[in-house]
Write a protein that binds this ligand. Structure first.
Ligand SMILES: Cc1ncc(COP(=O)(O)O)c(C=O)c1O
Length: 429
């Protein structure tokens, strides 16, 4: 065992999964360099976070400058980066979502969003979707159903949470096929309202507009508009958890834009500050104004250094045209992956938006091939490409390179993936 892994085993809880044995020394754009000087391509973006690339010089400079001036406020005083960030976020969030609460992590933003929904509606019920991942704190974990490993031994959860299946069409919960389905995933919610909880007791529905940890699943285009209609009909607040899909990952600022739906509340984290701890709850003024002074708060949330990093991050995304690049390179990746899929029966499905792409591995028809994917990922790592899995059976690659990835770099990564497929499964179908 490598010395640093042994040291980690001796001092860090086993609960914390570190996905590779790499001892990272430094990083730049899509590359990570280890302590021995070996370079890897990071097609995970540090868990879909370093969207503008690792260690962008503009962000590093903003952090340095802010750290020299003011590191902490603890809500004792105002500071310019906080105001600048709120004003900048208004320019990129969907219309009307122009008031913010800044926190530290995705889970914390989700907790705050649930509190805001309950407080502002005076209702208790929460509808979430099976397969979703919203975090590991008690409220967010009570929504999370992407895998039982996040829930085992933690009962009881927060009460009044009701789950309905996410429209994962490749493995439809209702056994339907997209061409002929009647959107049972929506009618099921109406059934919940008849059997489990009356809609006038539901505060909010919370959904990932593109499923992240649960399998990088893009819902059918009707799904989110149908949720919007249901919420409007019953005065339920619609929360989009854009922690993973937001901040340009899908080639738009937020995945919601692909579906023409504006939620009432949105949670944002990961890509917002290029890896500095920061998250946000965005909502409309009239909802935020129902939260009275002191109803929610934070010591570290929206700290000056993270806010400065976020302002610099958004500026880089605009100046470098990273949304367009994500759309362009993402389309190319989808085309190439579909060609690869045609040659390897181990790839059952390829789906995605922008640079949020899921590649599902199967065997014997459509049974999840966890083991095959594990071998493919090990081969890729050996060749210098870092990939990450997702899905309840860990049989899906989440392809999420930084949005600054060039087409040639993407191709180099897919060449490695292709050679891994050939090594693990033979030369093709
Ligand atoms: C959609 C979504 N929501 C919430 C979270 C939780 O974020 P964090 O790990 O920052 O608490 C995640 C993390 O992966 C996520 O993907």
């Amino acid at each position: 065992m490598e010395d640093h892994v042994a040291r980690a085993r001796g001092a860090l809880t086993n609960a914390l999964v570190i996905h590779t044995d790499i001892l990272a020394k430094k990083a730049e754009r899509i590359y990570i360099e280890d302590a021995d000087g070996r370079r890897y391509m990071d097609f995970t973006s540090g868990l879909a976070t370093t969207n503008i690339g690792h260690n962008h010089p503009a962000v590093a400079e903003a952090i340095k400058r802010q750290a020299e001036d003011l590191i902490h406020s603890g809500c004792i005083f105002y500071y310019e980066p906080l105001l600048q960030l709120a004003e900048t976020m208004r320019e990129v969030t969907p219309p009307g979502l122009d008031m913010f609460f800044f926190a530290n992590s995705g889970a914390e933003a989700v907790e705050g969003a649930l509190k805001l929904a309950r407080f502002s509606t005076g209702r208790q019920g929460i509808v979430a979707f099976t397969g979703g991942f919203h975090g590991r704190t008690f409220g967010s974990m009570s929504l999370t159903t992407s895998s039982i490993r996040y829930r085992r031994s933690y009962q009881p959860f927060v009460p009044s949470v009701y789950h309905s299946p996410y429209p994962y069409c490749y493995r439809c919960f209702f056994g339907q096929r997209p061409a002929t389905c009647g959107m049972d995933c929506c009618t099921h919610i109406e059934r919940l309202f008849k059997h489990m909880i009356p809609p006038d007791e539901v505060a909010c529905m919370i959904v990932e507009p593109v499923l992240g940890e649960g399998g990088y699943v893009v819902p059918p285009k009707e799904f989110l508009p149908r949720l919007r209609d249901l919420c409007d009909k019953w005065n339920i607040l619609l929360i989009f958890d854009e922690v993973q899909a937001g901040m340009g990952r899908t080639g738009k600022w937020f995945a919601a834009e692909h579906f023409g739906v504006v939620p009432d509340i949105m949670t944002i984290a990961k890509g917002i500050a290029s890896g500095m701890p920061l998250s946000a709850i965005a909502s409309r003024k009239e909802i935020m104004e129902k939260w009275p002074k002191g109803a929610h708060g934070t010591t570290f949330g929206g700290n000056p250094v993270s806010c400065a990093a976020a302002v610099a991050t958004i500026d880089v995304m605009r100046k470098e045209g990273l949304l367009d690049n994500a759309l362009r390179v993402g389309r190319h990746a989808m085309d190439r992956l579909r060609e690869i899929q045609a040659r390897f029966s181990a790839i059952g499905d390829v789906r995605g938006l922008g640079l949020m792409i899921g590649i599902e591995f199967v065997k014997e028809g459509d049974r999840p091939d966890t083991e095959g994917l594990g071998k493919v990922m090990d081969f890729c790592l050996e060749k210098g490409l870092i990939l990450l899995d997702c899905g309840v059976d860990k049989n899906i690659i989440r392809l999420a390179p930084p949005l600054c990835v060039k087409r040639e770099e993407l191709d180099k990564g897919l060449d490695i993936l292709e050679s891994a497929l050939a090594a693990v499964y033979g030369s093709g179908k």
